[in-house]
Design a protein around this ligand. Structure first.
Ligand SMILES: [Zn+2]
Length: 233
C-alpha cells in the first residue's frame, strides 16, 4: 500500500506545482521543498554551544548525559513543524538529510560533541519503519555524519513496542506507552563508547530518555543527545 501511495505522490509531484513545507506558498526556480524566505527564517535555537539549554533542562534528572541540543523550536504551525511533517509524513527524505547536515554544522561548531564515537538514531518499530519506508531520524544521522564524519549504527538497539502516536497522550500516558520499548541487541558494539542519540522531535523527552536508559545499561557508555526540534520551549 505504501508503495502505491509513494508512486502516486511521485506522479502528483510532477503534475502539480510543489508547495513550501514551511509556509505553503508555491515553490519557484530551484527551490526544492522549502522557499528561500523560510530557509532564511528557520526558528533556530542556537543551543549548540549552550550548557543548561532548554533541551538539557528537559532531560536533566532523568538521564545522565554529556551534552544535549536541538536545532529548532517546534510550535504548532511554525516552519519547524512543517519541516518535521514533510520529513515524517510526506516522504521528503532529502530534506531530512539536509536538515541533518545543518544540525551537524551546529554540533561541529559547538565543540561540546567532539569526542562522539557513534551516532544512533532512535529506532522505529519495524512495522512503522516498513509503513513509512524509512526512519526519519536515520536521515538526520546521515546528514550529521556527512559533516562530522562519525559512524552510524542502526543495528544496536531495536524498538519492540508498536507505539501509537504520542501526540494526544498526557505525560503519564506517554511514559507508560514507551516503558520497556527498547532493547540493546549488540552491547559489544557500544561498550565504552560515547554515543550521540538522534531524534526528530523532543516533546516530553520520555522516548529519548527511555532509549538512552537502555544504552546506559551497557558498560561504560556515555550519551549525548541531538534532536532536530524541541517542542514547546
Ligand atoms: Zn516557505
Amino acid at each position: 500500500m505504501s508503495f502505491l501511495i509513494n508512486a502516486l505522490r511521485d506522479l502528483l509531484s510532477v503534475l502539480l506545482p510543489k508547495k513550501c513545507c514551511g509556509c505553503g506558498t508555491f515553490l519557484e526556480g530551484d527551490e526544492r521543498d522549502l522557499c528561500t524566505h523560510c530557509l532564511a527564517h528557520l526558528p533556530l535555537t542556537h543551543y549548540g554551544a549552550v550548557t543548561n539549554n532548554a533541551t538539557e533542562l528537559r532531560l536533566m534528572g532523568r538521564i545522565h548525559f554529556e551534552a544535549a541540543t536541538s536545532l529548532m523550536h517546534f510550535y504548532k504551525g511554525n516552519i519547524a513543524q512543517g519541516i518535521v511533517h514533510a520529513i515524517k509524513y510526506y516522504g521528503e527524505e532529502d530534506l531530512g538529510f539536509r536538515m541533518g547536515r545543518l544540525l551537524g554544522h551546529d554540533l561541529a561548531a559547538s565543540h561540546r560533541f567532539d569526542d562522539i564515537d557513534i551516532v544512533i538514531p532512535v529506532p522505529l518499530h519495524k512495522k512503522k519503519e516498513r509503513e513509512r519506508g524509512y526512519n526519519q531520524s536515520l536521515l538526520l544521522c546521515r546528514g550529521i555524519a556527512d559533516i562530522c564524519k562519525w559512524p552510524i549504527a542502526t543495528d544496536v538497539i531495536i524498538r519492540h513496542i508498536y507505539t501509537e502516536s504520542q501526540t494526544h497522550k498526557d505525560r503519564k500516558g506517554r511514559i507508560d506507552n514507551i516503558s520497556n520499548a527498547f532493547e540493546v541487541i549488540k552491547p559489544d558494539a557500544i561498550a565504552g563508547k560515547h554515543i550521540l542519540l538522534v531524534d526528530d522531535v523532543i516533546t516530553t523527552g520520555s522516548t529519548i530518555a527511555e532509549c538512552a536508559d537502555r544504552i546506559l545499561e551497557v558498560e561504560e557508555t556515555r550519551i549525548s543527545i541531538a534532536s532536530l526540534t524541541i517542542a514547546g520551549s
